[in-house]
Design a protein around this ligand. Structure first.
Ligand SMILES: *[C@@H]1O[C@H](CO)[C@@H](O)[C@H](O)[C@H]1NC(C)=O
Length: 391
C-alpha cells in the first residue's frame, strides 16, 4: 500500500493529472446519477411499503387517515410509520419475538453460502442435504482431505479448528467452500454445543459430527446415508474395523451384513440385550444424527462437560422407543479408527502429571459427573410427577 502511494506521487506529471481529473469527473457524475436514482427508488419503496401495511391493520384499529396523505415528503415517512405501528403481541411467536408480526419471524437458519450479488433466490445451485463437521488440527490435513473425497456435494462442510490454523487449508480447493470456525484448544462437543444449535442447522436432514483421525478407504458418504435412510436409523455410525482391542462390540464392523442394531458384549456388561452397550448405542467418534434426534441430543450436551463421555450411553433417550431399532451401525460402509494422538496432546499438566493422562482423567471424571446429573434429573422429575399426582 505504501509503495503504491509513493510511486503514484513520483509519476504525477501533467498527463496523469488530466487523467485523474477526468476519472474524478466521471465518477462524480456516476455518483450523482446513482444518488438521484436511489433517493427516487427508496421514496417509492417506502411509500408502497406504507400503503401496503396500512391497507388492513391500520384501518382495523381505527387510526385517523389524514396523516397518510400520499403527498407527504420522504422525510416524514419514518415518523409516520413509527406513530402508526399496530400493537402486536403474539404469544405463539418464539420467545423474545412476540412483538413482531409472525410473517416476518425467521426462527431457524441454515449454513448455506450465498453470493453478494444477484437475485437471492438464485444464490444456491444446489442445497446440500447433510452437514458434515470435523474437529481438526492442521497436522491432520491430508487425512481430512482424503476423507472429504468420500463425500459428495450433498454434504456441507464445516471444520472446527482447535489449533487456530485456518487459512492454510485453502491449499485444498474444497476448503474455499467450507465453513471454518477457529477457537483454540476446544473439543468437538464444545464446538457442537456452541455452533450447531438445532435452529442453526435445521436445514440439514442429517448432521455428522466426526473426529479427524478416521480412515475412510472403505466408506462412501452417499451410500452410507442411503443405508441410514433405508433402515430408518435416527442415530448411527459406520462400523469400525476392529484393529485394536479398545472398541465396543457394538461398533465393530460385521463382515456379513449391511447394518446391525444389537450385539453381544462381554459377560456382565449388559443388564438387558436391548440396552447399551449391547444395543441402542453408538460411540461419539463418528456419529450421524437425524435432524430430530440432534434437536434432542444438543439439549443433553452439558456446557462444561466438553469431552462428551457418557453421552453415548444416553443417546437412546433421544429417539422414540424402541430405541434399539432407531440406533445402529452401518457395516457395509466402514471406517478405521487410526488412533492418532491429536487434541489429547494439547492438555496441560497441573502438578507434573503427563498432559495426556490429565486429559484422560478429566474424561473419566466428566463421565461420572454426567451420569450423576442424568440420574439426579431423572429422580427429580419423578418426584415432581409424584407430587403433582401424575404417576
Ligand atoms: C404480551 O403479552 C404477555 C401475556 O400475554 C404479557 O405478559 C406481556 O407483558 C405483553 N407484552 C407487551 C409488550 O405488551
Amino acid at each position: 500500500m505504501r509503495i503504491m502511494q509513493r510511486s503514484a506521487f513520483k509519476r504525477s506529471n501533467d498527463s496523469t493529472r488530466i487523467i485523474i481529473t477526468a476519472i474524478m469527473g466521471i465518477s462524480f457524475g456516476i455518483f450523482i446519477g446513482i444518488s438521484i436514482s436511489s433517493v427516487h427508488l427508496s421514496k417509492i419503496s417506502l411509500l408502497s411499503g406504507v400503503k401496503s401495511s396500512f391497507d388492513v391493520p391500520m384501518t382495523e384499529i381505527g387510526i385517523a387517515h389524514t396523516i397518510f396523505d400520499g403527498s407527504s415528503g420522504t422525510k416524514n415517512i419514518e415518523a409516520l410509520r413509527s406513530a402508526t405501528l399496530p400493537k402486536i403481541n403474539v404469544s405463539s411467536n418464539p420467545r423474545g419475538a412476540e412483538l413482531l408480526p409472525p410473517g416476518i419471524v425467521v426462527s431457524e437458519s441454515d449454513l448455506y453460502l450465498r453470493r453478494l450479488w444477484g437475485d437471492p433466490s438464485e444464490d444456491l445451485k444446489k442445497k446440500p442435504k447433510y452437514l458434515l463437521t470435523f474437529t481438526v488440527g492442521y497436522d491432520q490435513r491430508h487425512n481430512i482431505d482424503a476423507a472429504l473425497k468420500k463425500f459428495s456435494d450433498d454434504f456441507a462442510i464445516l471444520l472446527f479448528h482447535y489449533d487456530g490454523r485456518t487459512s492454510e487449508w485453502d491449499q485444498f480447493e474444497w476448503s474455499k467452500n467450507a465453513i471454518h470456525v477457529s477457537v483454540k484448544k476446544q473439543t468437538k462437543w464444545w464446538y457442537a454445543k456452541r455452533f450447531l444449535h438445532p435452529d442453526i442447522v435445521s436445514a440439514f436432514e442429517y448432521i455428522l459430527i466426526w473426529d479427524e483421525d478416521l480412515g475412510v478407504e472403505h466408506f462412501d458418504g452417499d451410500k452410507y446415508m442411503n443405508l441410514v435412510i433405508k433402515h430408518g436409523l435416527e442415530i448411527s455410525q459406520p462400523g469400525i474395523e476392529p484393529n485394536n482391542g479398545l472398541t465396543w462390540e457394538m461398533t465393530k464392523r460385521r463382515g456379513d451384513r449391511e447394518v446391525h442394531t444389537v450385539t453381544q458384549e462381554r459377560p456382565g456388561w449388559c443388564s438387558d440385550p436391548h440396552l447399551p452397550p449391547c444395543a441402542a448405542f453408538v460411540e461419539i467418534m463418528a456419529p450421524a444424527f437425524s435432524r430430530e434426534a440432534w434437536r434432542c441430543v444438543w439439549h443433553m450436551i452439558q456446557n462444561d462437560l466438553v469431552h462428551g463421555w457418557g453421552l453415548d450411553f444416553a443417546l437412546r433417550r433421544c429417539v422414540e422407543p424402541p430405541a434399539h431399532e432407531k440406533i445402529g451401525v452401518i457395516d457395509s460402509q466402514w471406517i478405521i479408527h487410526q488412533v492418532i494422538p491429536s487434541l489429547g496432546n494439547q492438555g496441560q499438566s497441573e502438578n507434573g502429571e503427563d498432559p495426556r493422562a490429565a486429559v484422560r482423567a478429566r474424561c473419566r471424571n466428566e463421565w461420572g459427573q454426567f451420569q450423576a446429573r442424568l440420574s439426579n434429573a431423572d429422580k427429580e422429575h419423578l418426584k415432581e410427577l409424584k407430587r403433582s399426582g401424575k404417576v
